[in-house]
Write a protein that binds this ligand. Structure first.
Ligand code: KG4
Ligand code: ZN
Length: 329
């Protein structure tokens, strides 16, 4: 079965065609970063308008990249269903993707499937480009979803049965990267900018707090570390208008990144211990972070836990994970 997947929950317009739920035939993603970066974050009204302008073109490109003719409503459609992310997300952005998907399903007489965006991030570890499909996952598994809008831990019993076992009490992990990056003047999106700056930094240079909450807690809190970065850069109570000259940006970036990765790894370890599972899956934009991958890998090797990530291109928002999970529903 071939599924067309549409993603428009936030600031990426993604359209993809996926075969058998795992083989990605095409995956086109239009990032709106250039439209939002001067505001330091996503502006919902700009986002929905940009989705409207892009969506038809992206559907056409997804068919072209998959080497399939665009359905004309008369002959064979070449895809068997349409999947669309309909939750959670920015309401105006969601509306564009859902309206496009409904219109195409009516025009082409195809079934329409509604997909949860966060569950789709978990599913992204099952997918590959062309024939490069990863090994199946062993359930139950712990799933950590770390993105700009979400930081949650699930006990996943299957691709579609997820029990929430931990979530953030304030900022999401990606949001913490974005805010720390803004404080350091490194730009948006913060994750890749911090990682790049951190390459030449010493992760032990600044001792930022690791907020782990109660000893058994699987919840997260990143507001403390964000404030610590602010005070470190701009002085106690953020009184300095500009960063002090003595601050090393690479050391601050590396120390911040290390602190966030330590917390995420520790929480995965707690979740694995509590649930007794043998596999942990990590998805979402922050799953692209090299330091996080290394930390989790080291933990997994030491404790005999299989750690699974999506391909780098599938960490941030995309239509492929929507089409893939849509095939399972
Ligand atoms: O999954 P995603 O595209 O959107 C949401 O569903 O929110 O994630 C975007 C987030 C941004 O906050 C961005 O800073 C973060 O993922 N991100 C990273 C990296 N690449 C993207 N964070 C840390 N390291 C990265 N390499
Ligand atoms: Zn996402």
């Amino acid at each position: 079965m071939r599924v067309l997947g549409i993603e428009s929950t936030c600031d990426e317009t993604g359209v993809s065609i996926v075969d058998d739920g795992t083989r990605i035939l095409s995956n086109v993603v239009l990032s709106q970063v250039p439209l939002h970066e001067r505001f330091g974050g996503v502006v919902p009204e700009i986002a929905s308008r940009a989705h409207v302008e892009a969506i038809t073109r992206m559907v056409e490109r997804a068919f072209a990249e998959a080497d399939l003719p665009l359905p004309d409503g008369v002959s064979e459609a070449n895809v068997d269903a349409i999947a669309v992310a309909n939750r959670p997300g920015l309401v105006g952005s969601l509306l564009v993707g859902v309206t496009a998907a409904k219109s195409l399903s009516l025009a082409w007489n195809l079934p329409l499937v509604a997909v949860d965006h966060v569950q789709a991030h978990v599913y992204s570890v099952a997918m590959g480009f062309g024939d490069d499909v990863p090994e199946p996952i062993e359930f139950p598994a712990v799933a950590l979803i770390v993105s700009g809008g979400h930081t949650s831990l699930y006990l996943a019993k299957s691709w579609t049965d997820h029990e929430l076992i931990g979530s953030t009490m304030d900022d999401a992990a990606g949001e913490a990267f974005d805010k720390a990056s803004a404080i350091l003047g490194l730009g948006y999106p913060g994750g890749p900018a911090i990682s790049k700056a951190a390459v030449d930094g010493d992760p032990k240079a600044v001792r930022f707090p690791r907020t782990l909450l109660e000893p058994e807690s699987l919840d997260f809190s990143f507001s403390g570390i964000k404030t610590s970065v602010l005070y470190h850069v701009k002085g106690q109570n953020a009184r300095r208008a500009t960063p002090s000259r003595e601050i090393s940006v690479p050391d601050t970036a590396a120390s911040f990144e290390q602190a966030v990765c330590d917390v995420l790894t520790k929480k995965v370890a707690r979740a694995v211990k509590k649930t007794g599972v043998k596999t942990a899956v990590v998805g979402g934009g922050v799953a692209a972070n090299g330091r996080l991958r290394r930390e989790l890998e080291a933990y997994g090797e030491k404790h005999g836990v299989v750690i699974r990530y999506p391909a780098l291109k599938l960490c941030t928002d995309n239509g492929a994970m929507i089409a893939g999970l849509g095939d399972c529903l």
